[in-house]
Design a binder for this molecule. Structure first.
Ligand code: NAI
Length: 266
């Protein structure tokens, strides 16, 4: 029970395949108390209420691009849990350009702004509103989920690559600020390709998933394994880890080529 006594907010659980869903189940098993949040539209379509019942967690709707809705989310969460929080999971991403199959050389710039707002700036908004409203306990831990396309080009990832670069930068900048403020921590986890609603929205995803599996000496990291890493980062076992982008990818990001891939070409 390494999260016993910890309180948090978990965003982005849509259905059982969501990474956030696994994080919520794991946090519950480890003794944490938390609220769940998702965009009101996704709450109608998804199964988040089922998860809420299972984890004894209140579900609070919030579009995380809206400062007002984040304020409401914190207000309700703090009153429900009777005190400030120790952890936040940002597990939110969406690109209208990717969804509507716009090519990288023909981006719709209004949609690019939407991609950045939903997938990256929303993390800044969560942290800024948290700071202004004194929501975070000392040594709190905030984690957002990223992808290696922030460092290296994966053509199918389109403008989500820009969003992930921005997300990782926000984690560094806000990690510094909150560290100075009250020893709070901010990190991103750069996760392997994972079969979820957001993941499989990317064209050629299955082929890439198989490629990454063969490239990584440990194979792709699963959503359950990602949840374990999040739990470790929320716990006091990781107190001095902050402002990092932490690869959780079975070794993919450090591998030039694997023997399995060479075999496929022979
Ligand atoms: P998912 O589709 O289950 O989760 C994405 C969530 O974002 C959904 O619950 C959706 O409702 C929510 N969302 C979208 N717009 C929102 C808004 N305006 N306000 C609040 N919530 C909103 O997919 P998954 O894969 O679990 O994604 C979670 C995170 O993990 C994302 O940041 C994604 O980029 C990241 N990630 C996913 C990988 C994958 O291969 N699936 C790999 C690496 C990172």
């Amino acid at each position: 029970m390494i999260l016993k006594g910890k309180k948090g907010i978990i965003s982005g659980a849509l259905d059982e395949s969501s990474i956030a869903w696994k994080v919520a189940e794991g946090c519950h098993e480890q003794g944490a108390e938390f609220t769940l949040t998702n965009a009101p539209m996704a709450m109608r379509m998804g199964k988040i209420n089922e998860l809420g019942e299972k984890c004894n967690a209140e579900v609070i709707g919030a579009d995380l691009t809206s400062v007002d809705e984040i304020e409401n989310l914190y207000k309700k969460s703090l009153s429900k849990m009777n005190g400030r929080i120790d952890f936040i999971l940002h597990s939110v991403g969406m690109s209208p350009n990717v969804r509507k199959k716009k090519k990288y050389g023909d981006l719709n710039y209004d949609w690019l702004n939407k991609t950045l707002d939903v997938s990256a700036i929303s993390f800044h908004k969560m942290l800024q509103v948290a700071e202004k409203n004194n929501v975070l306990n000392e040594w709190s831990s905030s984690v957002a989920l990223s992808y290696v396309a922030a460092q290296r080009t994966f053509p199918f990832y389109s403008d989500m690559a820009e969003a992930k670069s921005l997300l990782e930068s926000i984690a560094r900048s806000y990690g510094y600020r909150l560290g100075k403020l009250n020893n709070s921590r901010v990190n991103t986890i750069s996760q392997s390709p994972t079969i979820t609603t957001a993941g499989s929205g990317i064209s050629g995803f299955q082929a890439f998933f198989n490629y990454a599996e063969k490239m990584s000496p440990l194979g792709n990291a699963t959503a359950d394994e990602c949840a374990n890493y999040c739990i470790f980062l929320f716990s006091d076992m990781s107190k001095k880890i902050t402002m990092q982008n932490l690869f959780h990818d079975g070794g993919f990001s450090s591998t030039g080529i694997s023997e399995d891939i060479i075999e496929d070409f022979n």
